[in-house]
Design a protein around this ligand. Structure first.
Ligand code: GAP
Length: 476
């Protein structure tokens, strides 16, 4: 399947089967904002839970918090977001369409032969690293890059555009009441660093994790839930002794890649990408990229953020944010390694990996199915319970099994349609196991269990279903 088709098919599937809808669709939608439907919400929740437990439950020295979205406006001044959280943009004067400069050039590079495209991207990286806006404009002009809408090369100069959304708190609209919708969750961790360290008696090295919404006024938002204006992040700041950051940066690169591979995704679908242009706070940074239907793109960032954020907050707040290290008898501002993964991007990665269109035709019959081969622990429903008929006491046995399983995992009950159709619906939402209750169940207490990926079936004791599903869908 061509990759462009695959993306479109995944988007269509997500809508048809209740995973993801365009926000405010009945009003023609809101750009780059999406709603999760009944199955998408479960899938997203399970990914969040797996990340949360991997970070907190599985590490003695990492705790989780839940900071507010609104924070004091000085937080964003101190972090550098008010002055620096901007992208170079360019407008086409004829269509009035605004482009992120790097996206415009990347899009153009894709139309060139590989060697020429790579050379152009190298030039772009160097100009971005030097903040050379005139040079970027020249590159766009020299290559006669066109606006996709007007088809012209009539461009404005390159300018910076801040990506934060702002609003006012309270009834008086003045500058003092401006609050920002957080563009990253990380700052909620930094400003609580001492609260957590002291109340939890945490010793360095230790981490603080958090998941939550973030907002960015992305200019070019495309690729379905890949780049959204409202999205969710799962971030962890790991506080270390200055001088040890390089070692911890490498450790976290390895740990996070292991987490990705634990999702059963092939190592060939991942790669690291080291940043050429470092953010204002970083002394090393890389992305974990996944091979999405539109090619390799960032799913997670790992950043060595130095002591930049805590130092800035100490300076702007006037509050001491140092830590006393009893092992070396010294006060210092810790260095930080950050791991930051977008939850929505993780959902898109899992869906891209899981989505398969299969041709099951035989000489006698044309047949196909769409299956989501989701990791069993992440599937919205772990088990479907299907009585063969709506009579003869079969629904009662099925309901009893539902009651047994419900407190342990989500299960789905369905008695309409043929078994074949019911299996297909479960394949489409990624349910790993289906059990059918039939007349033999009444005789010998066994059921047919059907496995989603192989489509094989076997009979197992009804009494073993619950424990088998718990075992096969557990996270750890
Ligand atoms: N605290 C560091 C930070 O926010 P980032 O690279 O800007 O770093 C981290 O973002 C992750 O958040 C990205 O790797 C990506 O998965 C996700 N992300 C960023 N912008 C996004 C957007 N507009 N839509 C969806 N996910 C986004």
């Amino acid at each position: 399947m061509a990759n462009e088709n695959k993306l479109q098919n995944i988007i269509g599937h997500c809508k048809e089967y209740g995973f993801i809808f365009q926000s405010s669709e009945i009003y023609d939608g809101l750009g780059a904002v999406y709603d999760y439907g009944q199955y998408g919400a479960e899938l997203k929740r399970n990914i969040r839970e797996y990340w949360w437990r991997s970070m907190t439950q599985m590490h003695d020295n990492i705790v989780g918090i839940d900071a507010a979205i609104f924070m004091h406006q000085m937080v964003w001044k101190a972090s550098g977001h008010v002055d620096n959280f901007s992208d170079p943009m360019i407008d086409n004067k004829d269509s009035k369409k605004r482009y992120r400069v790097d996206h415009l050039i990347e899009g153009f590079a894709e139309t060139l032969e590989k060697e020429k495209g790579d050379a152009l991207l190298q030039q772009m990286d160097a100009l971005l690293a030097a903040n050379d806006f005139a040079g970027l404009k020249q590159l766009i002009d020299d290559n006669k890059m066109k606006c996709a809408i007007s088809g012209t090369c009539n461009w404005t100069d390159v300018r910076q555009f801040n990506l934060m959304f702002s609003t006012e708190m309270g009834s008086v609209a003045d500058d003092a009441n401006v609050v920002y919708l957080r563009p990253e969750t990380a700052q909620g961790i930094f400003v609580n660093f001492l609260n957590v360290q002291k109340s939890g008696r945490m010793k360095i090295p230790f981490g603080i994790a958090q998941t939550g919404k973030a907002f960015r006024n992305e200019i070019v938002a495309r690729g379905f839930i890949f780049r959204m204006r409202e999205f969710e992040q799962m971030e962890m700041q790991f506080f270390v002794r200055p001088g040890t950051q390089k070692e911890w940066y490498e450790k976290w690169k390895e740990t996070r890649m292991k987490w990705h591979l634990s999702l059963g995704i092939s190592p060939d679908h991942y790669r690291f990408h080291d940043h050429v242009k470092l953010a204002h706070y970083a002394d090393a940074a890389c992305d974990i990229e996944y091979d999405f239907p539109m090619g390799f793109k960032e799913v997670e960032g790992i950043h060595s953020r130095t002591d930049f954020d805590l130092k800035q907050h100490q300076q702007f707040s006037g509050k001491k944010l140092t830590y006393f290290d009893t092992e070396i008898n010294q006060h210092y501002i810790p260095y930080v390694i950050e791991t930051s993964i977008g939850l929505d991007r993780a959902v898109m990665m899992i869906l891209s990996e899981a989505y398969e269109e299969q041709d099951l035709s035989t000489a006698e019959k044309q047949e196909s199915r769409v299956v989501l081969k989701l990791p069993a622990m992440l599937a919205p429903f772990k088990l479907a319970v299907l009585p063969l008929l709506k009579k003869d006491g079969l629904p009662e046995i099925a309901r009893e099994l539902m009651d047994q399983c419900r407190p342990h995992f989500r299960c789905f009950y369905e008695e309409k349609d043929t078994i074949g159709k019911r299996y297909r619906r479960m394949d489409a939402i990624g349910t790993p196991f289906c059990v059918t209750i039939d007349h033999q169940t009444k005789e010998d207490g066994t059921v047919t269990i059907r496995y989603r990926d192989e489509m094989t079936q076997e009979r197992i004791p009804l009494s073993s279903v619950k424990d088998m599903v718990i075992e096969k869908t557990k996270m750890f």
